[in-house]
Design a protein around this ligand. Structure first.
Ligand SMILES: *Cc1c(COP(=O)(O)O)cnc(C)c1O
Length: 375
């Protein structure tokens, strides 16, 4: 059987976890937490990175940071994971879903401006599959209307847009290190603070609303509850695992890109014959091969293809029931404008196995099976 995903192990994970245990420091704030934060700050030239308990929590921190309140509106695509919306709905905001573009499955930047009202507080572009949204346009809209841009870059670690790393472009960026992502520690995430005004508040939020970070730096002689916050600090054991992955980030990225290209080239003839569509990568994007998907003609063909592959021992998956058509999506949000692409395109999408340890041989086997399905 070919699994859909196997979390990567690149070598030093166990060694670093043992080291964390030997250091007798397994809560947050230890050397591996620091090493991970520094790694992002140095390699991605970002102002401040803080590893967190999950990507979901990084988004929740962002909502607290920008002080989202009841009746605020937040603009995002409907084609995303529940966490993108939850983070803001938890604070009482209304989610305003905007249509995507069929080529990248990312929010259509041309439709954002008309969805803005007096109540709009933030735009949350989601970089689907690690392929960047049209950030220049999104930033200029945000600037014009004085909105905050929070990148959901959960899938976009190591991807670039015009030579900038995703997550470092908006005011705030959020990463995930869930085991399904390119770099992982089981459950984990990071928040990137790209604007100085959010820095000290971010530390307070993640330290359960206390000024403990200042205390550790010797800036105050005791610490106390100063603002809203929660428990968002990553365990040192997870950070140790994550650091081992970050040290091999290039190697993981190169391997994933190689597999992605194998799929792309191998499936090109089927696309030329008009049976499937392949993902398209805009010129200004340098992606991280987070996932490889194809689009079938319609949902009926998709159901058949997924079950054909399963019968042949290959696990493939669809992606996102659009949030606006889900139970909670209807309660906490609404779709602005016409749903021209979101439902239609999401029904055609099939994700194929792609993980660090996947052999090229198996990718060829998957391609052969897809070819056989269409013959
Ligand atoms: C994975 C993911 C998240 C959530 O990250 P977790 O670390 O699993 O909490 C949020 N948004 C998107 C787009 C994701 O893919």
């Amino acid at each position: 059987m070919i699994a859909f995903n196997i979390p990567p192990i690149v070598g030093k994970e166990e060694k670093y976890i043992k080291q964390a245990i030997q250091n007798q420091k397994i809560s947050g704030g230890g050397q591996f937490n620091l090493k991970c934060n520094n790694w992002f700050e140095e390699n991605f030239s970002c102002r401040k990175a803080l590893v967190t308990t999950s990507g979901t929590h990084a988004l929740e921190m962002a909502a607290l940071l920008i002080d989202i309140k009841a009746d605020d509106e937040v603009i995002m695509p409907s084609f995303t994971f529940s966490s993108t919306a939850n983070a803001f709905a938890l604070r009482g905001a209304k989610i305003v879903f905007v249509d995507i573009k069929p080529d990248t499955m990312n929010i259509d930047e041309e439709l954002i401006e008309e969805a803005i009202t007096e109540k709009t507080k933030a735009i949350v572009p989601v970089h689907y599959a690690g392929v960047s949204c049209e950030m220049d346009k999104i930033l200029s809209i945000a600037e014009k209307h004085e909105l905050v841009v929070i990148e959901d870059a959960a899938q976009g670690v190591m991807s670039e847009y015009k030579d900038k790393y995703l997550g470092t472009i908006g005011d705030i960026g959020c990463y995930s290190f869930h085991e399904s992502k390119n770099y992982t520690c089981g459950e984990g995430g990071a928040i990137l603070i790209n604007k100085d005004c959010f820095l000290s508040k971010a530390e307070i939020i993640m330290e359960k609303g206390t000024d403990r970070a200042n205390f550790f730096r010797g800036q105050v002689d005791k610490y106390t509850w100063v603002d809203l916050g929660s428990s968002y600090v990553l365990s040192e054991i997870n950070a140790a695992y994550l650091y081992a992955q970050l040290e091999q980030a290039q190697e993981i990225n190169i391997k994933r890109l190689k597999l992605w290209n194998l799929y792309y080239q191998g499936l090109a003839p089927l696309a030329e014959e008009g049976h499937i569509e392949l993902p398209s990568i805009p010129e200004q994007c340098n992606p991280n091969a987070h996932l490889f998907y194809i689009k079938t003609r319609d949902i009926e063909v998709r159901v058949k293809l997924i079950s054909y592959l399963k019968e042949n021992g290959i696990i493939s998956l669809f992606h996102y029931i659009p949030l606006h058509s889900s139970k909670a999506g209807k309660k906490y949000g609404s779709f602005y404008g016409a749903d021209r692409w979101t439902t239609r395109e999401s029904e055609r999408l099939v994700r194929l196995p792609l993980y660090y340890g996947l052999e090229s041989e198996l990718v060829r086997e998957i391609i052969n099976n897809i070819n056989r399905f269409y013959k």
